[in-house]
Design a protein around this ligand. Structure first.
Ligand SMILES: NC(=O)c1ccc[n+]([C@@H]2O[C@H](COP(=O)([O-])OP(=O)(O)OC[C@H]3O[C@@H](n4cnc5c(N)ncnc54)[C@H](O)[C@@H]3O)[C@@H](O)[C@H]2O)c1
Length: 384
């Protein structure tokens, strides 16, 4: 079905991410593509024009409906689409109710910390036929898009990502966690119960990118180094370090190594994608693919210039803007194919990172994702 009027959108959760979405929607509203119709946040101080305009240039509330009550808004305001950007541990059926009301859904990652809850969302989205995507905007980054195109006819054998960061590097958040039994400093991303671990909260982006290039994940094995109880400040109890191995259905192996130290203020990263006859890396001047094309075997070992190929890139775009453009385009035209991740396909990324948590709890046991979703032995892990 085609929509010819501006799409009536609501945003639920006006924190760090919701404000980034609102900024894009404000631009899309100037273009006549959307009409920002409702803003919902649990805390009234997050809904004032004064606060929002500090993040969204020129923002005016005007006639936009604001509320601290999502379900009341759903009953009283007509919407075509809703962006959900609330912490993943505190959903209370909002996405399920929106799908049942026939509203298209943009769900931020991770969609939930609990597989049963996420599967219920997935089912209601499917049953009600609504368009739904997940906030995996990195699929719209021109470097990762070029990588996907370049590797699409190659057999990837291994992808490795290492990201060392710190607890202090987490952004300050807008949820009043101090009033909800959470961290006093509001940095819920450093707390296991709120974030579901760094692998789930942040590593899901790298996991999803690996899937963008190498297809679905079949199993996961993981070992974390848990934080000493004497080393927890302001609820920042997430593990020190994480080592995760993904087994892809294609046979590719993925390695994800993350750390979040405290009192260090130093971070670095490493990445590589290996295919059968080459090596791809993200470097400061672009995406470099290292491979040899001359006569084989060569008379002498080819030098670096001969084997280093920078991939052609389209102009660097704002990935958060691109994913929204594709979501509203899918709604306006009814063409879901423009979505690089549907809610349903994103379930594999979510299951893989939640499976990493379970594998760690089971001392590194290999977890097959199809079993994690269905086997009775994992029911207690799936439940909220
Ligand atoms: N895709 C990305 O790159 C990206 C970046 C940052 C955050 N995120 C995700 O976005 C989600 C939100 O994270 P954030 O950083 O914006 O957190 P945040 O704490 O800054 O903001 C969340 C907002 O939701 C509000 N809220 C909480 N419960 C609510 C409810 N029941 N109804 C309405 N509003 C409610 C809070 O008051 C707060 O303003 C998380 O899932 C996070 O992982 C994604």
């Amino acid at each position: 079905m085609q929509i010819t009027q501006p799409i009536r959108v609501g945003v639920v959760g006006l924190g760090q991410r919701g404000l980034q979405h609102l900024k894009v929607l404000w631009t899309l509203q100037q273009e006549g593509v959307v009409h920002i119709t409702a803003l919902v946040d649990a805390h009234v101080d997050n809904l004032t024009e004064d606060k929002i305009s500090r993040y969204v240039d020129g923002f005016r509330l005007g006639l936009i409906h604001t509320s601290t009550d999502f379900f009341q808004t759903l009953k009283s305001i007509s919407l075509d689409a809703i962006y959900f950007a609330i912490p993943p541990s505190i959903h209370k059926g909002e996405i399920v109710s929106a799908a049942q009301a026939g509203i298209h859904i943009f769900a931020e990652k991770p969609m939930s910390l609990y597989l049963n809850e996420a599967m219920e969302m997935e089912q209601e989205i499917a049953v009600n036929g609504v368009i739904a995507t997940v906030g995996f905007q990195q699929r719209y980054d021109s470097r990762y898009e070029a990588t996907q195109q370049f590797l699409s006819d190659k057999k990837i054998v291994m992808i490795s990502v290492i990201m060392n960061s710190t607890l202090e590097a987490h952004s300050v958040k807008h949820t009043h966690t101090e009033k909800q039994g959470g961290p006093a400093n509001r940095i819920w991303t450093s707390n296991y119960q709120w974030s579901g671990s760094t692998v789930v909260e942040a590593g899901i982006h790298q996991t999803d990118l690996m899937r963008y290039w190498a297809g679905d994940i079949a199993w996961v094995e993981a070992n974390y180094v848990d934080r000493d109880s004497s080393d927890i400040v302001d609820g920042g109890d997430n593990p020190y370090a994480y080592q995760v191995t993904f087994g892809f259905a294609s046979g590719t192996i993925g390695n994800l190594i993350l750390s979040r130290l405290r009192k260090v203020f130093y971070g670095d990263s490493y990445n590589s994608i290996l295919w059968t006859h080459g090596h791809l890396k993200f470097e400061s001047d672009g995406v470099a693919a290292y491979y040899y094309e001359g006569t084989y075997p060569p008379d002498q070992t080819p030098n670096r210039e001969k084997i280093r190929h920078l991939l052609p890139l389209t102009d660097q775009r704002n990935a958060t803007e691109e994913i929204s453009r594709s979501f509203v385009h899918a709604i306006a035209t009814g063409n879901r194919k423009v979505l690089r991740s549907t809610f349903s396909s994103g379930m594999n990324s979510l299951t893989a990172v939640l499976g990493a948590n379970l594998s760690h709890q089971l001392n590194g046991q290999r977890i097959y994702l199809d079993q994690l979703l269905t086997a009775p032995e994992f029911e207690s892990f799936r439940q909220k």
